[in-house]
Design a protein around this ligand. Structure first.
Ligand code: NAD
Length: 263
C-alpha cells in the first residue's frame, strides 16, 4: 500500500485555533457540561474506574434509584452522604470561572448534567443554567414529594431529615436512574437549542454522552447544523461528529481558549 503524503493530520494547535475562531464568530455560546468539568474541583466522575461513583455499585443502587429511597431511605441517606460531602466541600475550578469570564463578552447559556451547582457558584446567573439532572441542594420527601428545607451550610445531617408535613424521610431533588428529567430544565434547554442553533456554537465538556435523554441534546443541536467544540481527556460518543475535539483537562484547556477569545 502506498502512503498518501499529501494528507496531513490536523494538529492540536490547529484545532485550538479553529475552536478560538468558532467562538469568536458566534454571538451565543451554549456550554453542555458533565461530571468531567468538576473533576478538577475534587468531585469524582461517575465512571472513573478507580474512584468513580460507579465503583460502589451497592451504594449507587440505593442512593441513585427511587427504589433505594422508597425501600430503605435511612441507608440510602448514609451512602448519599459520601457522594454529597465532596460536592459541598468543592469550589468552582478554572473551567467554571472561564465560562463566567466569557459570559461578559458573549451570551452564554449552560446546560449541565451536574448536580453540584458549581456554575452558579462561579457566577453564572441561575436563570441561564439548565440543571437537567436537578441539584443535590434541594430536597423533597420520599412519600409525597413535599419540599424539605435542608441547609447544608451547617454540615450534612447524619440521619435523613423528616418532612414537616407528612413525616416521611428526605431524598435529594436530583434525577435518579429510571426517573424523568425535570420538565422546567428540560424545556429551558430545548428552548435554547431551538432558539440559538443557527447563531451559536456549543462547547461540550467532560461528558461521556451516554446518559439519555440528556445526551440527546447536543445531538439535536448538531442535527440542526450547529457547530460544536468538545473538551475531554478522552474521546466520547460525540467526538466523531464534533467540529473540534480538544483533548485534555477542562480546567487547563478552557481558560486558555477563553483567554484567546476575549483578548
Ligand atoms: P461520566 O462520569 O460518565 O463521564 C465523565 C466524563 O468526563 C468522561 O468522558 C471523562 O473522560 C471526562 N473527564 C474526566 N475528567 C476530565 C477532566 N479533568 N476534563 C475534561 N473531561 C474529563 O459523567 P457524565 O457523562 O457527566 O454522566 C454521568 C452522570 O453523573 C451525569 O448525569 C451527572 O449528573 C452525574 N454526576 C454528576 C457529578 C457532579 O455533579 N459533579 C459527579 C458525578 C456524576
Amino acid at each position: 500500500m502506498q502512503e498518501n503524503n499529501n494528507i496531513q493530520p490536523i494538529s492540536n494547535a490547529e484545532l485550538f485555533e479553529e475552536a478560538v475562531q468558532l467562538i469568536k464568530d458566534h454571538e451565543n455560546v451554549i456550554f453542555f457540561t458533565g461530571a468531567g468539568i468538576s473533576a478538577e474541583s475534587g468531585i469524582n466522575t461517575f465512571r472513573d474506574p478507580e474512584h468513580g461513583v460507579w465503583a460502589n455499585k451497592i451504594g449507587l443502587a440505593l442512593f441513585g434509584t427511587p427504589f433505594g429511597w422508597n425501600w430503605i431511605p435511612s441507608i440510602s441517606w448514609s451512602f448519599f452522604k459520601g457522594f454529597l460531602q465532596p460536592i459541598v466541600d468543592a469550589q468552582p475550578n478554572n473551567a467554571h470561572h472561564a465560562i463566567t469570564r466569557v459570559s461578559t463578552n458573549k451570551k452564554v447559556r449552560v446546560i449541565t448534567q451536574n448536580v453540584d451547582a458549581l456554575h452558579q457558584r462561579a457566577g453564572i446567573d441561575a436563570k441561564h443554567v439548565a440543571e437537567v439532572h436537578g441539584t443535590v441542594y434541594k430536597f423533597r420527601c420520599c412519600k409525597n414529594g413535599h419540599p424539605i428545607d435542608v441547609n447544608l451550610e451547617h454540615g450534612i445531617p447524619n440521619s435523613s431529615p423528616l418532612c414537616a408535613v407528612c413525616g416521611s424521610k428526605a431524598r435529594p431533588d436530583a434525577t435518579l436512574f429510571t426517573e424523568a428529567l425535570p420538565a422546567d430544565a428540560l424545556n429551558k434547554a430545548y428552548h435554547w437549542i431551538e432558539k440559538y442553533s443557527r447563531n451559536s456554537v456549543m462547547v461540550i465538556i467532560g461528558t461521556t454522552g451516554i446518559v439519555y435523554p440528556a445526551a440527546g441534546m447536543p445531538e439535536s443541536f448538531m442535527n440542526k447544523g450547529g457547530k460544536v467544540i468538545e473538551i475531554n481527556i478522552e474521546e466520547s460518543s460525540y467526538t466523531p461528529r464534533v467540529n473540534c475535539f480538544l483533548k485534555g483537562k477542562a480546567a487547563e484547556i478552557l481558560p486558555q481558549l477563553i483567554y484567546r477569545v476575549i483578548v
